[in-house]
Design a protein around this ligand. Structure first.
Ligand code: ZN
Length: 149
């Protein structure tokens, strides 16, 4: 199996079996994001306690890239501190060539794996799809910022 095929399998697995799917009635923060280019919608509910995302729920609809990315993101950030999530987010953005310069590269953690999220790096070849992959992360950022108040 080629790396491309492996990545495709990982993306399809998250699309078909999304992790942390559902609304959280007791959420402390939430945000909704849309990608009008593709029709993707993502809603993220969070329970943030003591600077840590203790629960995350994701709902939405759209293309396989956006929904798989949301599932991968939820899996990656569940239980993490807000600071850890910022690090993950910037490493993801760096992988997707979304960061300007090398601002997203954390030199103190060379080569740290992004896990399943690495399956999305093939999307870089399709610039229109990068917005699909990034949508859950921009929505998460909005939810976290909304929680600050
Ligand atoms: Zn899309």
């Amino acid at each position: 199996m080629s790396l491309d095929e492996l990545y495709r399998e990982v993306i399809l697995d998250h699309y078909r079996n999304p992790r942390h799917r559902g609304r959280l009635e007791h959420a402390t923060a939430h945000a909704e994001g849309q990608n009008p280019l593709c029709g993707d919608e993502v809603r993220i509910d969070l329970v943030v306690d003591g600077g840590r995302v203790v629960e995350i729920g994701v709902t939405g609809q759209g293309c396989s890239i956006s929904q798989a990315s949301a599932s991968m993101m939820a899996e990656a950030v569940a239980g993490k501190s807000v600071a850890e999530i910022e690090g993950l987010s910037s490493r993801f953005r760096a992988m997707m060539d979304l960061e300007e310069g090398d601002a997203g590269i954390d030199e103190s953690r060379p080569g740290e794996s992004l896990g399943d999220l690495e399956a999305l790096q093939g999307v870089r070849r399709f610039p229109v799809r990068i917005k699909c992959a990034a949508l859950p992360w921009t929505t998460l950022k909005e939810a976290l910022e909304g929680d600050a108040g």
